[in-house]
Design a protein around this ligand. Structure first.
Ligand code: IMP
Ligand code: MG
Length: 186
């Protein structure tokens, strides 16, 4: 694992290792396997950020399941949310009467998840659960229940394991955060 990533002079350091992520992902997949036994849930990946976590969760899910994807508008080049969401790709499957498991990379303000839940509710699913690798509890602006949380983290900008900065760094195998020293100007 790289011990630092330098982006335009900003230094990012590891926050979660590949091993920590792998262990937690298997725990969540085991829990989902128990909770959805015999239910053939549809895993809904939220593109692009969740692709890596999504594939690991689904790979470790025991039992029948289906997969589909939603794509929402992204932050673009900015590090903070634009405050509005648009749907770039809708689901292709029928969700009436089905158990849905939404898989997110990170819940920050919660706007994206709120948007997805509102969208899906109109189509009568049997149940909707939300799984997120990361949650920033102090940033959440909506009263949402994230049913399965990989890690609760401080409200810092992070990259790697699917998460981008200006579309790059998604392929890092660990999660990196802007270094404290860097922020304190050291
Ligand atoms: P929310 O709608 O504010 O909860 O933001 C959710 C989306 O913003 C996530 O699915 C990510 O794609 C993106 N995002 C939020 N925080 C970060 C971050 O720290 N790094 C990279 N992307 C982020
Ligand atoms: Mg996302």
């Amino acid at each position: 694992m790289k011990d630092k990533i330098v982006i335009n002079g900003d230094v990012f350091v590891p926050m979660l290792t590949e091993e920590q992520i792998a262990v937690r992902t298997k725990e969540i997949a085991a829990q989902l396997s128990r909770d959805f036994e015999g239910k053939t849930p549809i895993f809904v990946g939220v593109l692009n950020g969740s692709f890596m976590f999504f594939s690991d969760v689904v790979r470790h899910f025991e039992g029948d399941c289906e997969v589909d994807f939603l794509k929402l508008s992204s932050y673009g080049e900015a590090k903070i949310s634009s405050g509005s969401v648009t749907l770039l790709k809708d689901l292709n499957c029928s969700i009436d009467g089905r158990h849905l498991i939404i898989v997110e990379d990170i819940v920050d303000s919660g706007l994206s998840v709120k948007y997805i839940l509102d969208l899906i509710k109109e189509h009568n699913p049997a149940s909707v659960s939300v799984v997120s690798l990361l949650v920033k509890p102090k940033s959440m602006q909506y009263d949402l229940k994230i049913d399965y949380i990989g890690f609760s983290i401080p409200s810092e900008f992070v990259i790697g394991f699917g998460l981008d900065y200006a579309q790059k760094y998604r392929n890092l195998r660990a999660v990196y955060v802007l270094s404290e020293d860097e922020k304190n100007g050291k």
